[in-house]
Ligand binder design. Structure first.
Ligand SMILES: O=C([C@H](O)CO)[C@H](O)[C@H](O)COP(=O)(O)O
Length: 209
């Protein structure tokens, strides 16, 4: 099981400071969608330049022009990028091919999908690296969590690694770790607490090796 730190609410210098503070405990660093919006792929390249050896995911949440956009993420330093499960099947297949050709990885984000089991099964057959359950900030604000939908994905997916994201904190991590995701994605639960190093260490120590 791997721990991914989603870096969303920072500028590039803040992202670099956060990586410095947590890099002993985090397996994958996410250049979050708000950073993509605010600083583009140039910002991603700066993070990559500062840390040549980390595993870096660019959360592009691609919907179309998939081969081009996936390749742009890799060109600017990402090892992994993301496409939305709501995209056309053709876009997801193109993204998977682009990832395979570049020898990089792709995560399909299920945010906004309601027929979770059927869509997860269809995407499983397309061959991405990860399928992720994701309760976005707008539904977290209404009290929703990704725990139940993660179990549906875990049942539905046979070949692809599973990921889970959405409001996971130090005190709720154990519950979702128990459910056995391959990738646990935590943003604010690490980045907005007083001691991000300690939060990352605590979550990492709960996870099986
Ligand atoms: O992908 C995310 C969200 O859509 C904003 O871009 C977050 O990175 C993801 O939800 C994880 O962050 P937390 O919910 O704060 O753990």
């Amino acid at each position: 099981m791997k721990l991914q730190l989603a870096i969303d609410l920072e500028d590039i210098d803040g992202a670099i400071r956060l990586i410095d503070k947590t890099k002993d405990y985090v397996d994958i660093f996410e250049y979050g969608t708000p950073l993509v919006i605010n600083f583009g792929l140039e910002g991603l390249a700066k993070v990559r330049q500062a840390f040549p050896d980390i595993t870096l995911l660019a959360d592009l949440k691609i919907m179309d022009v998939a081969s081009y956009e996936v390749n742009q993420a890799y060109q600017y330093g990402a090892d992994i990028t993301t496409i939305l499960a709501a995209a056309e099947d053709q876009s997801i297949k193109d993204a998977v091919k682009a990832a395979r050709d570049a020898n990089k990885q792709l995560l399909v984000d299920m945010i906004g999908i309601h027929d979770i089991a059927a869509r997860a099964q269809a995407i499983d057959a397309m061959g991405p690296d990860y399928i992720g359950t994701h309760t976005g900030y707008d539904l977290q604000a209404l009290g929703e969590t990704p725990f139940e939908t993660f179990n549906t994905i875990k049942q539905a997916v046979k070949h692809t690694k599973t990921a889970v994201a959405g409001g996971i904190k130090v005190d709720t991590a154990a519950q979702i770790i128990e459910a056995g995701p391959d990738l646990l994605i935590v943003g604010g639960g690490i980045s907005t607490v007083d001691n991000p190093t300690q939060a990352a260490r605590k979550i990492k120590e709960m996870m099986p090796k």
